[in-house]
Design a protein around this ligand. Structure first.
Ligand SMILES: O=C[C@H](O)[C@H](O)[C@H](O)COP(=O)(O)O
Length: 293
């Protein structure tokens, strides 16, 4: 096995770089979007959110003791509790109230801040929490940046389904052009499907890269959805209406502008870059790089 000057293998070097990039993105996102006056904060799932919670906890009880944190599943519940932060399930957020901000990761982010989420099977509660927030902020590393959804994340769009409906959902996905959709299986050595925190299954449905409505190059092909070429929003609308589908891992639709209600797209996405910088992309398309988050 080849090792670098640091004594690490190339795989270990890559892992270290990726983890450091996630961490920097998380600290910058928290610095920019966690106002000390906020009371209700959503915390997503995945390996990047670990650093978001670390950055929040590092602010200390003077800042965090008046805040309540709302998780998106078992993993984020544990993260919040272990960090000594106050936990409350999202069903305790009174009707008519919103979270001040929610932070979450993503599996792929396109240039318009549409997201694929659910690589870790947590998408349903994540969508509830993201859309309950005035500001939804995405935190990721450079591998998640993509011109279009479906280019870098080739495993497919995660779709949470009622187990008894899974065969019918698979049929419909194939009919509309998904390339070999599959029920996600459990860990190696564990027979059967992955069961989500909500008792559902996940189907991963790959599609050709998703188009934007103002894409002219493939407009003609898009008229024929049977070939699997879809506009992001059209596909999201179609998938969510398939009987038996509980929620989909496409976060799209209206822009996540400041103080939006029900927006699935973030107001800002932070990417830890390979060179140590943090890239911030805003919903209005503005991009900035920061050396020292
Ligand atoms: O189901 C998992 C969630 O959608 C995660 O936020 C997503 O998979 C990104 O996870 P990570 O930060 O580990 O790449």
């Amino acid at each position: 096995m080849s090792t670098s000057q640091s004594g690490l293998s190339p795989e270990e070097e890559l892992l270290k770089r990726v983890e450091s990039s996630k961490r920097k993105a998380a600290y910058k996102a928290v610095k920019d979007y966690l106002d000390p006056s906020y009371k209700r904060i959503g915390i997503g799932s995945g390996s990047t959110v670990v650093y978001v919670v670390e950055a929040i906890a590092a602010l200390g009880p003077d800042v965090t003791s008046g805040m309540i944190f709302y998780p998106t599943g078992a993993q984020s519940e544990e993260l919040i509790e272990t960090a000594g932060l106050t936990l409350q399930p999202i069903n305790k957020l009174p009707s008519g109230q919103q979270l001040d901000v929610a932070f979450d990761g993503a599996d792929e982010v396109d240039t318009r801040l549409n997201l694929i989420k659910g690589g870790g099977a947590c998408l349903w509660q994540e969508k509830i929490v993201a859309t309950a927030a005035k500001k939804f902020v995405c935190v990721a590393d450079y591998r998640k940046l993509s011109p279009r959804l479906g280019i870098s994340w080739r495993k497919g769009i995660p779709i949470e389904v009622l187990p008894m409906a899974a065969p019918r959902v698979l049929d419909e996905l194939k009919r509309i052009g998904s390339e070999n959709p599959k029920i996600r299986l459990g860990l190696p050595g564990k027979a059967g499907a992955i069961v989500t925190d909500n008792g559902m299954w996940i189907i991963d449905a790959p599609f050709p890269p998703l188009m934007f409505p103002d894409d002219d190059e493939k407009r003609e092909r898009v008229q024929n959805a049977a070939n699997g070429v879809w506009f992001v929003d059209d596909l999201a609308d179609h998938l969510i209406k398939i009987p038996g589908v509980a929620e989909i891992g496409l976060f799209s639709g209206k822009n996540g502008q400041e103080v939006a209600t029900g927006a699935q797209k973030p107001v800002a996405a932070y990417f830890g870059m390979e060179d140590g910088k943090v890239q911030r992309k805003l919903a209005d398309g503005h991009v900035q790089f920061f050396w020292d988050p």
